[in-house]
Design a protein around this ligand. Structure first.
Ligand SMILES: Cc1cc2nc3c(=O)[nH]c(=O)nc-3n(C[C@H](O)[C@H](O)[C@H](O)COP(=O)(O)OP(=O)(O)OC[C@H]3O[C@@H](n4cnc5c(N)ncnc54)[C@H](O)[C@@H]3O)c2cc1C
Length: 393
């Protein structure tokens, strides 16, 4: 049976980033995922400044650029009859945003984790956690794709397994906060749209946008209350897009319709994200509506916050409860204003004259988050010696 300092369940944005940061600091890390390397997932993929800053700090942004991900230097907002271009000003070493496909971003993070020394295994479905007599989580149990039993022992189990997190369920992580708004999203990819940067359109019950990405494609999405999106596709997308960008809607109407993917909506939540021997990161611990286009940025942020907490325990600088409670407190403080603003926007309970203020609230929360990320101390590149408590299990 494998025995490591940290087993991370879920090898996408949150999990692969956490594994990378821990391994880079010298911890023995096992990263598992029930899926396959390099596959797509149900998600558009616009990174905000905080997410790009993080990739830059970690030395992996070059890989995103090398994959041909187009730089985004302009964001255009359409709402309340206005068209507002917002140039992306250079700050904190970031002079452009990027929206890499998940088939690009997730493998870059997984590869970085491997190079840093993490063991990575796909095709492992974790079914439960294991505990000692005191109830402390001591590892995970599951099955390989071939049906064999799989067990791994770890000082800490990190659940990075998304919105239907098995780890959260098995440790009994309670939901501490829920949102009221939940929109549905439908999206697809069109070639040769010639768009310049991100486009974000907000009309009551008719939000839409364009996200330029790899391979000359642009992701076009529509978001509205679930009843309006229904089963998704270009049927609901085109009239929603036409409410704010009729020219683009007309061009898409005569183009061959691409395969579309649809998210039927889920209310936001914040879960308690730590306990004896376990922690949650990414969507497993905290989710807000995709209309925020911020889940990935937060997943990367929280990977660094959690890795820092675990490394502090290893270094003997903090007890596990103090470090993990600090992780959650910082996450919640940074996420709260975002969560509240997007919950109102995603509920589509606003009129044209109100959306400007809501977007300003969102923007202020994101700016505060970027400042907080930029102020994070750089994590150590090598861990602190053979007597680490995480290594003692
Ligand atoms: C429609 C839509 C559009 C979005 N658009 C954006 C956007 O533009 N920008 C943005 O920043 N965010 C966006 N998001 C949010 C973003 O997708 C999530 O915040 C992000 O995927 C969270 O990453 P994660 O690593 O926490 O979880 P996930 O990406 O969900 O990864 C979880 C992983 O865990 C694995 N797993 C699950 N259970 C188990 C198990 N029992 N055993 C082993 N492995 C397991 C899964 O196979 C998966 O690989 C969008 C989301 C949706 C739904």
């Amino acid at each position: 049976m494998t025995s490591v300092d940290a087993v991370v369940v879920g090898a996408r944005a949150a999990g692969a980033a956490t594994a990378y940061l821990l391994a880079r600091s010298g911890l023995r890390v096992l990263l598992v995922d029930r899926g396959s390397y390099g596959t797509d997932t149900l998600s558009t993929h616009a990174l905000m400044r905080g997410g790009v800053l993080q990739l830059h700090r970690w030395g992996v942004l070059d890989g995103v650029v090398a994959a041909g991900t187009p730089p985004v230097r302009l964001a255009t907002f359409r709402y309340a009859g206005q068209i507002i271009p917002v140039p992306i000003k250079p700050s904190h070493g970031v002079d452009a945003l990027y929206a890499p496909r998940r088939t690009v971003l997730d493998p870059i993070l997984v590869d970085a984790a491997v190079v840093a020394g993490a063991e990575v295994r796909f095709g492992i479905a974790v079914a439960d956690v294991e505990r000692d007599a005191r109830g402390t989580v001591t590892g995970v149990v599951g099955r390989t794709r071939a049906g064999a039993e799989f067990r791994a022992r770890a000082r800490i189990v990190v659940g990075a397994d998304g919105i239907r997190s098995t780890v959260a369920d098995r440790v009994g992580a309670r939901v501490e906060r829920t949102g009221a708004g939940a929109s549905a999203t439908t999206y697809g990819y069109w070639p040769d749209l010639g768009v310049n940067g991100y486009e974000w359109n907000f009309r009551p019950n008719a939000a839409s946008g364009v996200i330029p990405t790899n391979d000359g494609l642009a992701c076009v999405f529509a978001s509205a209350v679930p009843r309006r999106i229904g089963r998704g596709g270009v049927g609901p997308l085109l009239p929603i897009l036409a409410e704010s960008d009729p020219d683009l809607a007309a061009r898409l109407a005569v183009a061959p319709p691409p395969p579309m993917r649809t998210f039927t909506g889920l209310g936001g939540y914040v879960r308690r994200s730590w306990g004896p021997g376990w922690a949650l990161v990414g969507d497993a611990g905290y989710f807000k509506d995709p209309l925020s286009a911020h889940g990935l940025t937060d997943a990367l942020r929280d990977a660094e916050l959690l890795a820092g907490a675990i490394i502090a325990v290893v270094a003997g600088e903090a007890t596990e409860p103090d470090a993990l409670a600090g992780y959650q407190a910082t996450r919640d403080a940074l996420s709260g204003p975002l969560f509240e603003a997007i919950d109102v926007i995603a509920g589509h309970r606003w009129a044209d004259h109100q959306i400007g203020d809501l977007l300003l609230r969102l923007s202020a929360a994101m700016a505060d988050e970027v400042d907080a990320i930029a102020d994070l101390p750089m994590l150590p590149l090598v861990c602190v010696g053979p007597t680490s408590p995480l290594g003692a299990s």
